[in-house]
Design a binder for this molecule. Structure first.
Ligand code: F6P
Length: 326
């Protein structure tokens, strides 16, 4: 078994609230166990341009409450090339880094998997994305905070929707995953969620209108997951304007407000547990896994499974939302 003495840590892809808590947990638990830590700035891009700094405990002081990522983040086209990954590996060797902890979403962990396939470097993924779309973990870091941001926003929009008796389409993030839209709808008492995982867009809109919009209510809120498959909130508003002109329609796109802000207690605790478990897994000789959480237990998920399998949205949640919004 290869001995790990120095852990490199990076954040990659879209930032997510709680990433800092994870950086702190990896850094402090590694130091606690006698390992060295190196912070890699700007994700894989910084691995290639060698933006690497020795991390001590003080580097992660006073960050658990901060949104974003102190390590910065980037999406790196260069790392997608074999030449880029070779430069990254050479830098890792020269820096004396002998294991990598990657905090990020689907694309970032796919990058880690590819890297681990080509080079002899253990890579541990920590799921950090507001989208919650990684297979093998009940939740990803940032998802709970984003959900809370969504419901605060929807609560506010509800005031106008009710006062003016309007139909609102609110677009939420999720890049082709409906977790934020569906659970955001349940948490905010929205009347419907249009998500890429289920049925065609025709079905979802027609079904919503048919199922009694305004029969018993004077306003309605529909959460729409941003995705080419749904077409987004604008698309639905245009359709309603043309097909059901009797409704007074408005659109709100929540956008990057969902990615920001101080992480919730849930995300801070999740990030702390996953980050510390990433270091534990390296000490146990694990490699090329994602640390997940299932039924409140830490689990190790092979990176191939975490990134290749699709995490399913539960149909029972759709049924629940429909039942509770009559
Ligand atoms: O993956 C996180 C995410 O916020 C998605 O929900 C969204 O589709 C995408 O990133 C937006 O990316 P960018 O910040 O690059 O516009």
């Amino acid at each position: 078994m290869r001995n790990v003495n120095c852990v490199g840590i990076l954040t990659s892809g879209g930032d997510a609230p709680g990433m800092n808590a994870a950086i702190r947990a990896v850094t402090r638990s590694a130091i606690y166990h006698g390992l060295k830590v190196k912070g890699i700035y700007r994700g894989y891009r910084g691995l290639i341009s060698r933006e690497i700094v020795d991390f001590k405990s003080k580097h992660v002081s006073n960050i658990i409450q901060l949104g974003g990522t102190i390590l910065k983040t980037a999406r790196s086209p260069e790392f997608a090339t074999p030449e880029g990954r070779q430069i990254a590996y050479n830098n890792i060797q020269e820096e004396g880094i002998d294991a990598l902890v990657v905090i990020g979403g689907d694309g970032s962990l796919s990058g880690a998997m590819q890297f681990a396939k080509e080079f002899d470097i253990p890579c541990i993924g920590v799921p950090g994305t507001i989208d919650n779309d990684l297979y093998g973990t009940d939740s990803t870091i940032g998802y709970d905070t984003a959900l809370n941001t969504i419901l605060e926003s929807v609560d506010k929009i509800r005031d106008t929707a009710t006062s003016h008796e309007r139909l609102f389409f609110i677009e939420v993030m999720g890049r082709d995953a409906g977790f934020l839209a569906l659970n955001g709808a349940i948490a905010s008492g929205a009347e419907a969620a249009i998500i890429p995982e289920f049925s065609t867009e025709e079905d979802q809109l027609a079904e919503f209108i048919k199922s009694g919009f305004r029969k018993s209510k004077n306003s309605s809120i529909v959460l729409v997951a941003e995705s080419e498959l749904t077409g987004g909130a604008m698309h639905y508003a245009d359709r309603v304007k043309n097909e059901y002109p009797q409704y007074d329609v408005r659109v709100t796109i929540l956008g990057h407000i969902q990615r920001g802000g101080s992480p919730t207690a849930y995300d801070r605790i999740l990030a702390s547990r996953l980050g510390a478990a990433a270091v534990d897994s390296l000490l146990e000789g694990q490699r090329n896994i994602m640390i997940g959480i299932e039924n409140d237990e830490i689990v190790y998920v092979p990176l191939t499974r975490a990134t290749k399998n699709q995490k399913h949205v539960s149909h029972s949640l759709i049924d629940l939302m429909k039942m509770l919004s009559i």
